[in-house]
Design a protein around this ligand. Structure first.
Ligand code: 5GP
Length: 206
């Protein structure tokens, strides 16, 4: 088959970008910054059974649902992936994700390591990025400094972080979040490079 320039000027298929990090690594700020400079990319809003934190908007940060509603949706196959994180349930709505990808739109998933594994099984071309804090001490400082969680929660999250970091082996890229601006630039660079992969537009010869 002859390759034509036209193949590369059309919009390619949508890409799933997974961003995972231990809580407190600064992932939310990072993803929000990147989304504001990439308006063509959308964030998948997850369902969760946890209560809203101060300043969070239902439907924008999360769809806050009861356990009964979550269970019903999970049993109906409504989630592309789901997981229990810090004792609460979280899931990625499947239909909207698939619709956006079919239309050629890239979607960013801010999900944990368990969810990332499930997404990669179903979307082989997904790109997985792990955000690391500069150190575990710094992570603890950031968790405590947030002021949104009880001491016990902070301890649990900090302990979980050490386990989560082991999962980085299954990821494609890492970003150490020392400085937000620098981390944003790196995430944007990964997105741009992934979008320019020839294999996303034409098949490799056998
Ligand atoms: P938080 O409650 O602090 O917003 O999020 C806790 C963790 O749950 C974070 O690591 C976040 O990435 C993850 N998370 C958020 N939404 C989802 C989801 O839909 N699926 C999975 N597997 N994890 C999620």
């Amino acid at each position: 088959m002859t390759v034509s320039i036209r193949s590369f000027t059309k919009r390619g298929p949508g890409i799933v970008f997974i961003v995972s990090a231990p809580s407190g690594a600064g992932k939310t700020t990072l993803t929000r910054e990147v989304l504001s400079s990439h308006p063509e990319m959308s964030l998948s809003v997850s369902c969760t059974t946890r209560a809203p934190r101060e300043g969070e908007t239902p439907g924008k940060d999360y769809h806050f649902v009861s356990e009964t509603v979550f269970e019903r949706r999970r049993a109906a196959g409504d989630f592309a992936e789901w997981a229990e994180v810090h004792g609460k349930l979280y899931g990625t709505p499947r239909r909207l994700l698939e619709r956006r990808l079919r239309r050629g739109h890239d979607v960013l998933l801010d999900i944990d390591v368990q969810g990332a594994r499930q997404i990669r099984e179903h979307f082989a071309s997904a790109v997985a990025i792990f955000v690391l804090p500069p150190s575990l001490d710094e992570l603890r400082r950031r968790l405590a400094g947030r002021g949104t969680d009880a001491w016990k929660t902070i301890e649990q999250r900090w302990r979980n972080a050490r386990h989560e970091i082991q999962e980085i082996r299954g990821y494609d890229y890492f970003i150490v979040n020392r400085d937000v601006d620098e981390a944003v630039k790196r995430l944007a660079a990964i997105i741009e490079a992934e979008r320019l992969k020839v294999c996303r537009y034409i098949r490799k010869p056998k």
